[in-house]
Design a protein. Structure first.
Ligand code: SF4
Length: 62
């Protein structure tokens, strides 16, 4: 699984970082960054939860 944050949509609420801090981190610009190239299998459920809970629907997975 790969995961992406659309920086034009993210409003920096930090929900994704709270759910999956090993995958998402708020950058100094206040926009969430993805820390991993490929999401480790054991973190995929957390990433799916972050996709569902992102209030801006800024996170997508492939
Ligand atoms: Fe941005 Fe969505 Fe993460 Fe909030 S949950 S910081 S809007 S990507």
């Amino acid at each position: 699984m790969k995961v992406f944050v659309d920086p034009d949509i993210c409003m920096g609420c930090g929900v994704c970082e709270t759910i999956a801090p090993l995958v998402f981190e708020l950058g100094e610009d206040g926009i969430a960054k993805v820390l991993v190239d490929i999401v480790p299998v054991e973190l995929e459920a957390d990433v799916r939860q972050a996709v569902e809970e992102c209030p801006e629907e800024a996170i997508s997975i492939k």
